[in-house]
Ligand binder design. Sequence first.
Ligand SMILES: NC(=O)c1ccc[n+]([C@@H]2O[C@H](COP(=O)([O-])OP(=O)(O)OC[C@H]3O[C@@H](n4cnc5c(N)ncnc54)[C@H](O)[C@@H]3O)[C@@H](O)[C@H]2O)c1
Ligand SMILES: N[C@H](CO)Cc1c[nH]c[nH+]1
Ligand SMILES: [Zn+2]
Length: 434
Amino acid sequence: MRFLDSSTPDFAAGFEAVLATANLSTESVREPVAAILADIRARGDAALCDYTARFDRLDLVPASLRIDAATIDAAIEEVAPALLDALDLAATRIETFHRAQLPADLELDDPAGLRLGMRWTPLDAVGLYVPGGKASYPSSVLMNAIPARVAGVSRVAMCVPSPDGALNPLVLAAARRAGVSEIYRIGGAQAIGALAFGTATIAPVDRIVGPGNAFVAEAKRQVFGHVGIDSVAGPSEVVVVADGGCDPRDVAIDLLAQAEHDEMARAILITDSRELADGVAAAVADELSRLPRTAIAGASWRDHGAIILVPTIMDAAALSDRLAPEHLQIMTADPRAFFGAIRHAGAAFLGRWCPEALGDYIAGPNHVLPTGGTARFASGLSVFDFLKRTTWIESSEAGLTAIGPQAVALARAEGLDAHAESIARRLSANAPRL
Ligand SMILES: NC(=O)c1ccc[n+]([C@@H]2O[C@H](COP(=O)([O-])OP(=O)(O)OC[C@H]3O[C@@H](n4cnc5c(N)ncnc54)[C@H](O)[C@@H]3O)[C@@H](O)[C@H]2O)c1
Ligand SMILES: N[C@H](CO)Cc1c[nH]c[nH+]1
Ligand SMILES: [Zn+2]
């Protein structure tokens, strides 16, 4: 963990180093991912089965890539009813929040006599990536699939790795609850390649969404253009802004809740209280000694963790914006005032009673969020990722007469005579000539 005091002369260099580790780079896996994608494109299912055997230690044949309905039914039978109820509450809340996002079509009466509009249409087929290497994520199934269904996508294909053949029953229950159409037991770059290019068993999709490790993130980046993708959601991150009124143990466990996702995850505290900073450092060490995922969380905290001391809590806003974190947890006396000063964050959690984990599971907004500083220009998953827009123009003869001559003039200025003629030939003889 790095400790930085913004009042010291070496702070700028130290903060640059924090920024450097926070910037998403998948450069180191660019070549292996390109090779996997090329192989999937060339050899389809056979390559998919080979990589699954190599990386997930699971021997498959093409017919066993897809998880059948009987396996899903049997898995759901295994899940405790109370857990299915919790899943259902989460699904209902996520559905309500995403339904409220649905945009209305636009239709304008134009003063020149045309009608102009914009119509939203759901995508036909999407691919959802649900991570499954170091942990299982039933919650990510809901977060990926529910917005797709709310948007009206008819084919929702999901890939989830099952290392050593282990399938999490709650992942399958979540897929059933959220209305996933097809589930494949594959992961990594090979799953992204199969969804993008298609194989004999898996039909290609139009857009691939969902978080994953560096291999998944880089594969999505490489298939972009052939298919659409959402933002690049890589290893998890949190910036916690906390003042001296907070309990150091609350802050410590909130930082570790992110660190336990991945050795590459990043958890950063910014505070105006030296006492809190020292208390959190001690509490993290203590909590790490008892947490089951101590190896992963400990490595993340050691290599990517930071505590930054600032003179006043509002000074934390500019630093947080430079990090543009996936999650920003605001534990200050007036969290709304602090949030008002923030421009870049995937999602914000306001107040001492709002740990980020509440948003991971059940609050309603999506937990698939931009990481690695990409919150500067990207947003979390929403119904908009599953919709596209078509604009439309309807013109009468009067409308064409009103604005056609200017279009003819512009077409001639571009030297595009067929464009000019296609309008000019429809203009009435007494329309103005420019
Ligand atoms: N941003 C978000 O919304 C969000 C949500 C949940 C999880 N996450 C992140 O998703 C990530 C999940 O990662 P994960 O590893 O647990 O699961 P994963 O499913 O993303 O990756 C597992 C796959 O990686 C591939 N792989 C592993 N080692 C490889 C190698 N050496 N060469 C080629 N391929 C290899 C394998 O095919 C394996 O199936 C974590 O970083 C977690 O923080 C992010
Ligand atoms: N915090 C993760 C996004 O970075 C999402 C998640 C799923 N389950 C638990 N957490
Ligand atoms: Zn989480």
